[in-house]
Write a protein that binds this ligand. Structure first.
Ligand code: HEC
Ligand code: HEC
Ligand code: HEC
Ligand code: HEC
Length: 410
Protein backbone atom coordinates (compact mmCIF):
# COMPACT_ATOMS: atom_id res chain seq x y z
CA UNK A 1 0.00 0.00 0.00
CA UNK A 2 2.76 2.33 1.00
CA UNK A 3 4.64 1.40 -2.14
CA UNK A 4 1.62 1.85 -4.35
CA UNK A 5 1.03 5.27 -2.93
CA UNK A 6 4.66 6.07 -3.60
CA UNK A 7 4.26 4.87 -7.20
CA UNK A 8 1.10 6.88 -7.68
CA UNK A 9 2.80 9.93 -6.35
CA UNK A 10 5.71 9.31 -8.67
CA UNK A 11 3.33 8.96 -11.59
CA UNK A 12 1.82 12.26 -10.62
CA UNK A 13 5.12 14.01 -10.13
CA UNK A 14 6.77 12.99 -13.36
CA UNK A 15 4.28 14.76 -15.62
CA UNK A 16 4.17 17.64 -13.17
CA UNK A 17 7.93 17.94 -13.31
CA UNK A 18 7.89 17.71 -17.09
CA UNK A 19 5.25 20.39 -17.26
CA UNK A 20 7.33 22.54 -14.98
CA UNK A 21 10.40 22.02 -17.17
CA UNK A 22 8.36 22.89 -20.23
CA UNK A 23 7.20 26.04 -18.51
CA UNK A 24 10.74 26.98 -17.55
CA UNK A 25 11.86 26.36 -21.10
CA UNK A 26 9.00 28.45 -22.40
CA UNK A 27 9.85 31.26 -20.04
CA UNK A 28 13.49 30.92 -20.92
CA UNK A 29 12.77 31.00 -24.63
CA UNK A 30 10.54 33.98 -24.00
CA UNK A 31 13.36 35.81 -22.28
CA UNK A 32 15.98 34.73 -24.79
CA UNK A 33 13.94 35.55 -27.85
CA UNK A 34 16.30 36.81 -30.53
CA UNK A 35 16.36 40.60 -30.78
CA UNK A 36 14.64 40.72 -34.15
CA UNK A 37 11.27 39.54 -32.83
CA UNK A 38 11.21 42.52 -30.47
CA UNK A 39 11.77 45.07 -33.17
CA UNK A 40 8.12 45.81 -33.50
CA UNK A 41 8.16 47.09 -29.95
CA UNK A 42 10.67 49.74 -30.81
CA UNK A 43 10.56 50.87 -34.42
CA UNK A 44 13.95 52.42 -34.34
CA UNK A 45 15.19 54.89 -36.85
CA UNK A 46 18.67 55.03 -38.27
CA UNK A 47 19.84 58.65 -38.43
CA UNK A 48 22.20 57.99 -41.36
CA UNK A 49 19.39 56.54 -43.41
CA UNK A 50 17.23 59.46 -42.34
CA UNK A 51 19.83 61.90 -43.62
CA UNK A 52 19.91 60.14 -46.97
CA UNK A 53 16.13 60.29 -47.29
CA UNK A 54 16.03 63.90 -46.13
CA UNK A 55 18.51 65.15 -48.72
CA UNK A 56 17.76 62.53 -51.34
CA UNK A 57 14.53 60.81 -52.35
CA UNK A 58 12.15 62.68 -50.05
CA UNK A 59 13.50 66.10 -50.97
CA UNK A 60 12.96 67.74 -47.60
CA UNK A 61 16.40 69.29 -48.12
CA UNK A 62 15.14 71.33 -51.07
CA UNK A 63 13.24 73.58 -48.67
CA UNK A 64 14.78 72.85 -45.26
CA UNK A 65 18.31 72.98 -43.93
CA UNK A 66 19.74 71.07 -40.98
CA UNK A 67 22.70 72.65 -39.22
CA UNK A 68 23.09 75.04 -42.12
CA UNK A 69 23.11 72.57 -45.00
CA UNK A 70 20.12 72.44 -47.31
CA UNK A 71 17.44 74.79 -48.65
CA UNK A 72 16.49 78.21 -47.29
CA UNK A 73 12.78 78.28 -48.14
CA UNK A 74 11.64 76.67 -44.90
CA UNK A 75 12.89 76.79 -41.29
CA UNK A 76 16.26 75.22 -40.37
CA UNK A 77 15.17 72.13 -38.48
CA UNK A 78 18.10 72.03 -36.06
CA UNK A 79 17.58 75.56 -34.78
CA UNK A 80 15.55 74.61 -31.75
CA UNK A 81 16.27 72.33 -28.87
CA UNK A 82 13.86 69.49 -28.34
CA UNK A 83 11.34 69.83 -25.54
CA UNK A 84 10.34 66.85 -23.47
CA UNK A 85 9.26 64.30 -24.45
CA UNK A 86 11.53 64.77 -27.43
CA UNK A 87 9.62 62.58 -29.82
CA UNK A 88 6.33 64.18 -28.91
CA UNK A 89 7.96 67.50 -29.60
CA UNK A 90 9.05 66.60 -33.12
CA UNK A 91 5.70 65.10 -34.02
CA UNK A 92 3.92 68.17 -32.69
CA UNK A 93 6.10 70.55 -34.61
CA UNK A 94 5.44 68.62 -37.79
CA UNK A 95 1.69 68.49 -37.17
CA UNK A 96 1.30 72.13 -36.19
CA UNK A 97 3.19 73.37 -39.21
CA UNK A 98 1.55 70.90 -41.55
CA UNK A 99 -0.89 73.28 -43.27
CA UNK A 100 1.81 75.85 -44.06
CA UNK A 101 4.16 73.21 -45.35
CA UNK A 102 1.63 71.35 -47.44
CA UNK A 103 0.47 74.57 -49.03
CA UNK A 104 4.06 75.43 -49.86
CA UNK A 105 4.63 72.01 -51.39
CA UNK A 106 1.56 72.46 -53.61
CA UNK A 107 2.48 75.99 -54.54
CA UNK A 108 5.97 74.95 -55.57
CA UNK A 109 4.54 72.05 -57.53
CA UNK A 110 6.76 69.62 -55.69
CA UNK A 111 5.74 66.01 -55.55
CA UNK A 112 4.26 65.26 -52.15
CA UNK A 113 6.83 63.01 -50.43
CA UNK A 114 5.37 59.63 -49.41
CA UNK A 115 6.85 58.21 -46.22
CA UNK A 116 6.27 54.76 -44.77
CA UNK A 117 6.67 54.15 -41.02
CA UNK A 118 10.30 53.06 -41.25
CA UNK A 119 11.25 56.04 -43.39
CA UNK A 120 9.43 58.33 -40.99
CA UNK A 121 11.35 56.76 -38.09
CA UNK A 122 14.64 57.31 -39.89
CA UNK A 123 13.89 60.94 -40.68
CA UNK A 124 12.72 61.64 -37.13
CA UNK A 125 15.87 59.98 -35.75
CA UNK A 126 17.96 62.20 -38.00
CA UNK A 127 16.09 65.37 -36.96
CA UNK A 128 16.28 64.39 -33.33
CA UNK A 129 20.00 63.83 -33.45
CA UNK A 130 20.56 67.07 -35.32
CA UNK A 131 18.66 69.06 -32.71
CA UNK A 132 20.46 67.48 -29.77
CA UNK A 133 23.93 68.78 -30.35
CA UNK A 134 26.30 68.98 -27.42
CA UNK A 135 28.04 72.32 -27.07
CA UNK A 136 31.83 72.28 -27.21
CA UNK A 137 33.44 71.68 -23.83
CA UNK A 138 35.74 74.28 -22.29
CA UNK A 139 39.29 72.89 -21.90
CA UNK A 140 40.36 75.32 -19.16
CA UNK A 141 37.27 74.57 -17.08
CA UNK A 142 38.11 70.92 -17.76
CA UNK A 143 41.59 71.36 -16.36
CA UNK A 144 40.10 72.66 -13.12
CA UNK A 145 37.79 69.64 -12.99
CA UNK A 146 40.79 67.35 -13.54
CA UNK A 147 42.61 68.94 -10.61
CA UNK A 148 39.65 69.42 -8.26
CA UNK A 149 38.30 65.88 -8.64
CA UNK A 150 41.73 64.46 -7.85
CA UNK A 151 42.33 62.74 -11.20
CA UNK A 152 45.64 64.65 -11.30
CA UNK A 153 46.92 62.69 -8.30
CA UNK A 154 47.39 59.59 -10.47
CA UNK A 155 46.92 60.67 -14.11
CA UNK A 156 48.75 63.13 -16.29
CA UNK A 157 47.59 65.05 -19.35
CA UNK A 158 50.33 65.94 -21.80
CA UNK A 159 52.95 64.83 -19.23
CA UNK A 160 51.73 67.07 -16.39
CA UNK A 161 50.37 65.29 -13.32
CA UNK A 162 50.62 61.96 -11.50
CA UNK A 163 52.57 59.06 -12.92
CA UNK A 164 50.95 56.02 -11.27
CA UNK A 165 48.19 55.75 -13.88
CA UNK A 166 48.15 56.13 -17.67
CA UNK A 167 48.49 59.56 -19.30
CA UNK A 168 45.01 60.43 -20.54
CA UNK A 169 45.81 62.72 -23.46
CA UNK A 170 45.17 61.03 -26.74
CA UNK A 171 42.96 58.37 -25.13
CA UNK A 172 40.12 59.65 -27.24
CA UNK A 173 40.30 61.69 -30.42
CA UNK A 174 39.14 65.26 -29.86
CA UNK A 175 35.38 65.25 -29.69
CA UNK A 176 35.07 61.46 -29.50
CA UNK A 177 33.04 61.38 -26.31
CA UNK A 178 31.89 57.81 -26.72
CA UNK A 179 35.46 56.44 -26.84
CA UNK A 180 36.18 58.25 -23.59
CA UNK A 181 33.01 56.97 -21.94
CA UNK A 182 33.84 53.43 -23.00
CA UNK A 183 37.41 53.62 -21.62
CA UNK A 184 36.21 55.02 -18.32
CA UNK A 185 33.56 52.34 -17.90
CA UNK A 186 35.88 49.50 -18.85
CA UNK A 187 38.52 50.58 -16.33
CA UNK A 188 36.16 51.49 -13.53
CA UNK A 189 36.60 48.01 -12.03
CA UNK A 190 40.32 48.47 -11.41
CA UNK A 191 39.97 52.13 -10.37
CA UNK A 192 37.31 51.98 -7.67
CA UNK A 193 39.51 50.59 -4.89
CA UNK A 194 42.63 52.77 -5.47
CA UNK A 195 40.57 55.94 -6.02
CA UNK A 196 38.39 55.57 -2.96
CA UNK A 197 41.41 54.77 -0.78
CA UNK A 198 43.54 57.62 -2.20
CA UNK A 199 40.83 60.29 -2.30
CA UNK A 200 38.69 58.99 0.56
CA UNK A 201 35.62 59.00 -1.69
CA UNK A 202 34.42 58.39 -5.24
CA UNK A 203 34.36 61.77 -7.02
CA UNK A 204 30.94 62.74 -8.40
CA UNK A 205 30.35 64.66 -11.63
CA UNK A 206 27.53 67.04 -12.39
CA UNK A 207 26.45 69.63 -14.96
CA UNK A 208 28.95 70.17 -17.76
CA UNK A 209 31.98 68.95 -15.79
CA UNK A 210 32.44 65.77 -17.77
CA UNK A 211 32.07 67.57 -21.09
CA UNK A 212 34.72 70.10 -20.05
CA UNK A 213 37.02 67.37 -18.75
CA UNK A 214 36.81 65.55 -22.08
CA UNK A 215 37.60 68.80 -23.89
CA UNK A 216 40.69 69.20 -21.68
CA UNK A 217 42.10 65.68 -22.02
CA UNK A 218 41.53 65.59 -25.76
CA UNK A 219 42.34 69.16 -26.72
CA UNK A 220 45.74 68.29 -28.12
CA UNK A 221 44.62 64.98 -29.61
CA UNK A 222 43.96 64.68 -33.34
CA UNK A 223 40.50 65.73 -34.44
CA UNK A 224 37.97 62.93 -34.48
CA UNK A 225 36.65 61.85 -37.86
CA UNK A 226 33.10 62.24 -36.56
CA UNK A 227 31.93 65.26 -34.64
CA UNK A 228 30.27 65.03 -31.23
CA UNK A 229 26.95 65.94 -32.74
CA UNK A 230 26.87 62.82 -34.86
CA UNK A 231 26.73 59.84 -32.54
CA UNK A 232 27.54 57.14 -35.08
CA UNK A 233 25.51 54.52 -33.26
CA UNK A 234 23.01 51.96 -34.42
CA UNK A 235 20.01 51.33 -32.19
CA UNK A 236 19.42 47.76 -33.38
CA UNK A 237 22.95 46.75 -32.49
CA UNK A 238 22.63 48.71 -29.24
CA UNK A 239 19.59 46.66 -28.28
CA UNK A 240 21.69 43.51 -28.76
CA UNK A 241 24.47 44.97 -26.60
CA UNK A 242 21.95 45.95 -23.97
CA UNK A 243 20.53 42.43 -23.83
CA UNK A 244 23.99 40.94 -23.51
CA UNK A 245 25.63 43.30 -21.01
CA UNK A 246 23.07 45.29 -19.13
CA UNK A 247 19.79 43.39 -19.04
CA UNK A 248 20.89 40.94 -16.33
CA UNK A 249 20.60 43.89 -13.95
CA UNK A 250 18.47 46.48 -15.74
CA UNK A 251 15.00 46.30 -17.20
CA UNK A 252 13.36 48.23 -20.00
CA UNK A 253 9.59 48.53 -19.55
CA UNK A 254 9.64 45.83 -16.89
CA UNK A 255 11.58 43.31 -19.00
CA UNK A 256 14.95 42.29 -17.61
CA UNK A 257 16.75 42.17 -14.27
CA UNK A 258 15.87 44.05 -11.11
CA UNK A 259 19.33 44.49 -9.54
CA UNK A 260 19.68 47.95 -11.05
CA UNK A 261 17.07 50.61 -11.83
CA UNK A 262 14.68 50.35 -14.78
CA UNK A 263 16.16 52.27 -17.75
CA UNK A 264 13.03 52.54 -19.90
CA UNK A 265 11.53 55.75 -21.25
CA UNK A 266 10.18 56.86 -17.89
CA UNK A 267 13.61 57.06 -16.32
CA UNK A 268 15.01 60.51 -16.80
CA UNK A 269 18.39 59.72 -18.36
CA UNK A 270 20.61 62.32 -19.97
CA UNK A 271 20.89 62.08 -23.72
CA UNK A 272 24.17 63.67 -24.58
CA UNK A 273 27.13 61.34 -24.37
CA UNK A 274 29.08 63.44 -21.89
CA UNK A 275 26.17 63.68 -19.49
CA UNK A 276 25.60 59.96 -19.82
CA UNK A 277 29.28 59.40 -19.03
CA UNK A 278 28.94 61.29 -15.76
CA UNK A 279 25.87 59.30 -14.73
CA UNK A 280 27.70 56.03 -15.46
CA UNK A 281 30.79 57.25 -13.62
CA UNK A 282 28.81 58.35 -10.55
CA UNK A 283 27.09 54.98 -10.30
CA UNK A 284 30.10 52.82 -11.16
CA UNK A 285 31.04 51.74 -7.61
CA UNK A 286 27.47 50.67 -6.75
CA UNK A 287 27.15 48.88 -10.08
CA UNK A 288 30.42 47.02 -9.62
CA UNK A 289 29.56 46.08 -6.05
CA UNK A 290 26.26 44.67 -7.24
CA UNK A 291 28.11 42.71 -9.91
CA UNK A 292 30.52 41.18 -7.38
CA UNK A 293 27.68 40.25 -5.06
CA UNK A 294 25.57 38.62 -7.74
CA UNK A 295 28.40 37.03 -9.71
CA UNK A 296 27.61 39.04 -12.86
CA UNK A 297 30.75 40.36 -14.50
CA UNK A 298 31.11 44.09 -14.99
CA UNK A 299 30.22 45.05 -18.56
CA UNK A 300 33.18 45.58 -20.88
CA UNK A 301 32.43 47.33 -24.13
CA UNK A 302 34.38 47.21 -27.37
CA UNK A 303 34.53 49.21 -30.55
CA UNK A 304 31.31 50.97 -31.36
CA UNK A 305 29.23 49.26 -28.68
CA UNK A 306 29.05 52.29 -26.41
CA UNK A 307 27.72 54.47 -29.21
CA UNK A 308 25.24 51.76 -30.22
CA UNK A 309 24.04 51.44 -26.64
CA UNK A 310 23.53 55.17 -26.29
CA UNK A 311 21.63 55.31 -29.55
CA UNK A 312 19.39 52.49 -28.37
CA UNK A 313 18.69 54.17 -25.00
CA UNK A 314 18.05 57.46 -26.73
CA UNK A 315 15.72 55.79 -29.21
CA UNK A 316 13.53 54.54 -26.36
CA UNK A 317 13.14 58.10 -25.24
CA UNK A 318 12.53 59.83 -28.48
CA UNK A 319 10.16 57.26 -29.81
CA UNK A 320 7.64 56.40 -27.21
CA UNK A 321 6.39 59.11 -24.92
CA UNK A 322 4.00 57.48 -22.51
CA UNK A 323 0.54 58.70 -21.72
CA UNK A 324 -2.87 58.00 -20.32
CA UNK A 325 -5.88 56.90 -22.39
CA UNK A 326 -8.18 58.96 -20.15
CA UNK A 327 -6.21 62.16 -20.59
CA UNK A 328 -5.91 61.26 -24.26
CA UNK A 329 -9.67 61.10 -24.68
CA UNK A 330 -9.93 64.63 -23.33
CA UNK A 331 -7.08 65.90 -25.47
CA UNK A 332 -8.76 64.32 -28.49
CA UNK A 333 -11.88 66.34 -27.93
CA UNK A 334 -10.29 69.57 -26.64
CA UNK A 335 -7.87 69.85 -29.55
CA UNK A 336 -10.69 69.34 -32.03
CA UNK A 337 -9.94 65.86 -33.40
CA UNK A 338 -13.29 64.65 -32.06
CA UNK A 339 -15.12 67.19 -34.22
CA UNK A 340 -14.37 65.01 -37.26
CA UNK A 341 -13.42 61.62 -35.81
CA UNK A 342 -16.08 61.43 -33.07
CA UNK A 343 -15.65 61.69 -29.31
CA UNK A 344 -14.45 58.08 -28.95
CA UNK A 345 -12.76 58.06 -32.35
CA UNK A 346 -15.61 55.94 -33.67
CA UNK A 347 -15.71 57.94 -36.90
CA UNK A 348 -18.20 60.44 -38.40
CA UNK A 349 -19.01 61.52 -41.93
CA UNK A 350 -16.18 64.02 -41.67
CA UNK A 351 -13.42 61.63 -40.66
CA UNK A 352 -12.79 57.88 -40.47
CA UNK A 353 -12.90 55.68 -37.34
CA UNK A 354 -9.43 55.48 -35.84
CA UNK A 355 -9.78 52.59 -33.41
CA UNK A 356 -10.75 50.04 -36.03
CA UNK A 357 -7.19 49.42 -37.17
CA UNK A 358 -5.77 46.02 -36.26
CA UNK A 359 -2.33 47.43 -35.68
CA UNK A 360 -1.53 49.38 -32.55
CA UNK A 361 -0.48 52.98 -33.05
CA UNK A 362 3.02 54.04 -32.10
CA UNK A 363 4.29 57.58 -32.27
CA UNK A 364 5.99 56.71 -35.50
CA UNK A 365 2.98 55.11 -37.15
CA UNK A 366 0.73 57.95 -36.00
CA UNK A 367 3.13 60.45 -37.50
CA UNK A 368 3.37 58.48 -40.72
CA UNK A 369 -0.45 58.31 -40.92
CA UNK A 370 -0.78 62.00 -40.26
CA UNK A 371 1.80 62.74 -42.88
CA UNK A 372 0.01 60.59 -45.44
CA UNK A 373 -3.50 61.86 -44.72
CA UNK A 374 -2.60 65.37 -43.62
CA UNK A 375 -3.26 67.28 -46.84
CA UNK A 376 -6.75 65.78 -47.14
CA UNK A 377 -7.46 66.44 -43.46
CA UNK A 378 -6.55 70.08 -43.99
CA UNK A 379 -8.78 70.35 -47.04
CA UNK A 380 -11.64 68.95 -44.99
CA UNK A 381 -10.97 71.37 -42.14
CA UNK A 382 -11.01 74.29 -44.58
CA UNK A 383 -14.27 73.09 -46.17
CA UNK A 384 -15.91 72.80 -42.77
CA UNK A 385 -14.38 75.99 -41.41
CA UNK A 386 -12.82 74.08 -38.51
CA UNK A 387 -9.51 75.54 -37.31
CA UNK A 388 -6.50 73.22 -37.61
CA UNK A 389 -6.02 71.56 -34.20
CA UNK A 390 -2.73 72.56 -32.56
CA UNK A 391 -1.00 69.99 -30.39
CA UNK A 392 1.40 70.22 -27.46
CA UNK A 393 4.38 67.87 -27.12
CA UNK A 394 2.86 66.10 -24.13
CA UNK A 395 -0.35 65.38 -26.06
CA UNK A 396 1.21 62.79 -28.33
CA UNK A 397 1.73 60.05 -25.73
CA UNK A 398 -1.79 60.56 -24.43
CA UNK A 399 -3.29 60.43 -27.91
CA UNK A 400 -1.44 57.21 -28.74
CA UNK A 401 -2.61 55.58 -25.50
CA UNK A 402 -6.16 56.70 -26.13
CA UNK A 403 -6.21 55.43 -29.72
CA UNK A 404 -4.83 52.07 -28.58
CA UNK A 405 -7.22 51.58 -25.67
CA UNK A 406 -10.19 49.32 -26.40
CA UNK A 407 -13.43 51.23 -26.98
CA UNK A 408 -15.25 51.65 -23.68
CA UNK A 409 -18.71 50.04 -23.42
CA UNK A 410 -21.41 52.70 -23.41
C1 HEC B 1 8.27 72.72 -50.70
C2 HEC B 1 9.00 73.01 -49.52
C3 HEC B 1 8.98 71.98 -48.37
C4 HEC B 1 9.30 70.63 -48.45
C5 HEC B 1 9.68 69.81 -49.66
C6 HEC B 1 9.25 70.14 -47.06
N1 HEC B 1 8.88 71.16 -46.21
FE1 HEC B 1 8.72 71.03 -44.16
N2 HEC B 1 8.09 73.00 -44.10
C7 HEC B 1 7.98 73.84 -45.18
C8 HEC B 1 7.48 75.14 -44.72
C9 HEC B 1 7.20 76.34 -45.61
C10 HEC B 1 7.32 75.03 -43.31
C11 HEC B 1 6.82 76.11 -42.35
C12 HEC B 1 5.32 76.01 -42.30
C13 HEC B 1 4.72 76.98 -41.31
O1 HEC B 1 5.32 77.26 -40.27
O2 HEC B 1 3.61 77.42 -41.59
C14 HEC B 1 7.73 73.67 -42.93
C15 HEC B 1 7.73 73.19 -41.65
C16 HEC B 1 8.26 71.96 -41.27
C17 HEC B 1 8.49 71.53 -39.91
C18 HEC B 1 8.22 72.39 -38.67
C19 HEC B 1 9.42 73.35 -38.53
C20 HEC B 1 9.43 74.28 -37.33
O3 HEC B 1 10.47 74.93 -37.13
O4 HEC B 1 8.46 74.40 -36.61
C21 HEC B 1 9.03 70.26 -39.94
C22 HEC B 1 9.46 69.40 -38.74
C23 HEC B 1 9.14 69.90 -41.36
N3 HEC B 1 8.68 70.94 -42.12
C24 HEC B 1 9.65 68.69 -41.81
C25 HEC B 1 9.73 68.33 -43.14
C26 HEC B 1 10.17 67.03 -43.63
C27 HEC B 1 10.60 65.87 -42.72
C28 HEC B 1 10.14 67.06 -45.00
C29 HEC B 1 10.48 65.95 -45.99
C30 HEC B 1 9.76 64.71 -45.84
C31 HEC B 1 9.67 68.40 -45.38
N4 HEC B 1 9.43 69.14 -44.24
C32 HEC B 1 9.52 68.83 -46.70
C33 HEC B 1 8.30 73.54 -46.50
C34 HEC B 1 8.69 72.30 -46.97
C1 HEC C 1 44.22 56.52 -7.20
C2 HEC C 1 44.66 56.71 -8.54
C3 HEC C 1 43.63 57.15 -9.58
C4 HEC C 1 42.84 58.27 -9.54
C5 HEC C 1 42.71 59.30 -8.44
C6 HEC C 1 42.12 58.26 -10.81
N1 HEC C 1 42.45 57.18 -11.57
FE1 HEC C 1 41.80 56.76 -13.46
N2 HEC C 1 42.98 55.10 -13.49
C7 HEC C 1 43.79 54.67 -12.46
C8 HEC C 1 44.44 53.43 -12.85
C9 HEC C 1 45.41 52.63 -12.01
C10 HEC C 1 43.99 53.16 -14.19
C11 HEC C 1 44.35 51.98 -15.05
C12 HEC C 1 43.29 50.91 -14.75
C13 HEC C 1 43.43 49.71 -15.64
O1 HEC C 1 44.45 49.51 -16.26
O2 HEC C 1 42.40 48.99 -15.73
C14 HEC C 1 43.08 54.22 -14.55
C15 HEC C 1 42.43 54.29 -15.79
C16 HEC C 1 41.62 55.35 -16.16
C17 HEC C 1 41.04 55.49 -17.47
C18 HEC C 1 41.22 54.54 -18.64
C19 HEC C 1 42.57 54.86 -19.26
C20 HEC C 1 42.89 54.01 -20.47
O3 HEC C 1 44.05 54.07 -20.91
O4 HEC C 1 42.01 53.32 -21.01
C21 HEC C 1 40.29 56.64 -17.46
C22 HEC C 1 39.47 57.22 -18.62
C23 HEC C 1 40.41 57.22 -16.14
N3 HEC C 1 41.23 56.42 -15.39
C24 HEC C 1 39.77 58.38 -15.74
C25 HEC C 1 39.94 58.95 -14.47
C26 HEC C 1 39.30 60.19 -14.07
C27 HEC C 1 38.34 61.01 -14.94
C28 HEC C 1 39.69 60.43 -12.79
C29 HEC C 1 39.26 61.58 -11.88
C30 HEC C 1 37.84 61.72 -11.64
C31 HEC C 1 40.57 59.34 -12.38
N4 HEC C 1 40.69 58.47 -13.44
C32 HEC C 1 41.17 59.25 -11.15
C33 HEC C 1 44.00 55.30 -11.25
C34 HEC C 1 43.37 56.47 -10.85
C1 HEC D 1 25.83 43.76 -12.14
C2 HEC D 1 24.64 44.52 -12.35
C3 HEC D 1 24.69 45.66 -13.35
C4 HEC D 1 25.07 45.60 -14.69
C5 HEC D 1 25.59 44.40 -15.48
C6 HEC D 1 24.84 46.93 -15.23
N1 HEC D 1 24.36 47.76 -14.23
FE1 HEC D 1 23.86 49.73 -14.44
N2 HEC D 1 23.41 49.85 -12.45
C7 HEC D 1 23.44 48.78 -11.56
C8 HEC D 1 23.09 49.26 -10.24
C9 HEC D 1 23.01 48.43 -8.97
C10 HEC D 1 22.82 50.66 -10.39
C11 HEC D 1 22.40 51.65 -9.30
C12 HEC D 1 23.66 52.29 -8.78
C13 HEC D 1 23.40 53.32 -7.70
O1 HEC D 1 22.36 53.24 -7.06
O2 HEC D 1 24.25 54.19 -7.53
C14 HEC D 1 23.04 50.98 -11.79
C15 HEC D 1 22.87 52.26 -12.32
C16 HEC D 1 22.95 52.54 -13.68
C17 HEC D 1 22.63 53.82 -14.26
C18 HEC D 1 22.19 55.05 -13.54
C19 HEC D 1 20.67 55.07 -13.57
C20 HEC D 1 20.06 56.31 -12.96
O3 HEC D 1 19.02 56.70 -13.42
O4 HEC D 1 20.59 56.89 -12.03
C21 HEC D 1 22.82 53.71 -15.62
C22 HEC D 1 22.61 54.77 -16.68
C23 HEC D 1 23.25 52.36 -15.88
N3 HEC D 1 23.31 51.68 -14.68
C24 HEC D 1 23.52 51.86 -17.14
C25 HEC D 1 24.02 50.59 -17.38
C26 HEC D 1 24.37 50.09 -18.70
C27 HEC D 1 24.26 50.91 -19.98
C28 HEC D 1 24.82 48.82 -18.53
C29 HEC D 1 25.35 47.87 -19.60
C30 HEC D 1 26.52 48.33 -20.31
C31 HEC D 1 24.74 48.50 -17.11
N4 HEC D 1 24.25 49.59 -16.45
C32 HEC D 1 25.09 47.27 -16.55
C33 HEC D 1 23.78 47.48 -11.86
C34 HEC D 1 24.25 47.02 -13.08
C1 HEC E 1 -11.59 68.62 -40.23
C2 HEC E 1 -11.75 67.26 -39.87
C3 HEC E 1 -10.60 66.55 -39.18
C4 HEC E 1 -9.98 66.93 -38.01
C5 HEC E 1 -10.19 68.19 -37.16
C6 HEC E 1 -9.01 65.89 -37.72
N1 HEC E 1 -9.06 64.93 -38.69
FE1 HEC E 1 -7.94 63.23 -38.79
N2 HEC E 1 -8.75 62.77 -40.61
C7 HEC E 1 -9.75 63.49 -41.23
C8 HEC E 1 -10.02 62.88 -42.53
C9 HEC E 1 -11.02 63.37 -43.55
C10 HEC E 1 -9.13 61.76 -42.66
C11 HEC E 1 -8.98 60.83 -43.83
C12 HEC E 1 -8.01 61.49 -44.79
C13 HEC E 1 -7.73 60.63 -46.00
O1 HEC E 1 -8.59 59.88 -46.41
O2 HEC E 1 -6.59 60.72 -46.50
C14 HEC E 1 -8.34 61.73 -41.41
C15 HEC E 1 -7.37 60.79 -41.15
C16 HEC E 1 -6.73 60.67 -39.92
C17 HEC E 1 -5.83 59.60 -39.57
C18 HEC E 1 -5.41 58.46 -40.49
C19 HEC E 1 -6.48 57.39 -40.38
C20 HEC E 1 -6.13 56.16 -41.18
O3 HEC E 1 -7.08 55.45 -41.55
O4 HEC E 1 -4.96 55.88 -41.42
C21 HEC E 1 -5.41 59.82 -38.27
C22 HEC E 1 -4.44 58.93 -37.45
C23 HEC E 1 -6.05 61.04 -37.82
N3 HEC E 1 -6.84 61.53 -38.84
C24 HEC E 1 -5.87 61.59 -36.56
C25 HEC E 1 -6.35 62.85 -36.19
C26 HEC E 1 -6.04 63.49 -34.93
C27 HEC E 1 -5.12 62.90 -33.85
C28 HEC E 1 -6.66 64.70 -34.95
C29 HEC E 1 -6.59 65.80 -33.89
C30 HEC E 1 -5.27 66.28 -33.50
C31 HEC E 1 -7.38 64.80 -36.21
N4 HEC E 1 -7.18 63.65 -36.95
C32 HEC E 1 -8.18 65.88 -36.60
C33 HEC E 1 -10.40 64.60 -40.75
C34 HEC E 1 -10.02 65.30 -39.60
Amino acid sequence: MEILRGRKQLLFWIPAALAAVALVVAVYVQIRRPPTTRRALYIVGVPERGAELFYGDKQCGICHSVNGSGGRVAPDLSGKHPGTPAMGWIVTVLWNHGPGMWRQIRRKNKPYPQLNAQEMADILAFLYQASNVERDGDPSAGQRVFNDKGCVRCHSVGGAGGKTAPDLSGLAAAGDTTAWTRAMLNHAGSMVAPITSTLGQWPQFSGSEMNDLIAYVSHSAPQSATSTSQIPGNADRGWTVFQGRCMQCHSVRGQGGALGPELGPERDLPLTTAQFASVMWNHAPAMLKQGLESGISAPQLQGNEMADLLTFLASLRYFEPTGSPLVGERVFSERGCAACHGSTAEGTQNGPALKASAEAYTTVSLTADLWRHGPRMIDRAEELGIPWPTLKATDVGDLVSFLNAPARPK
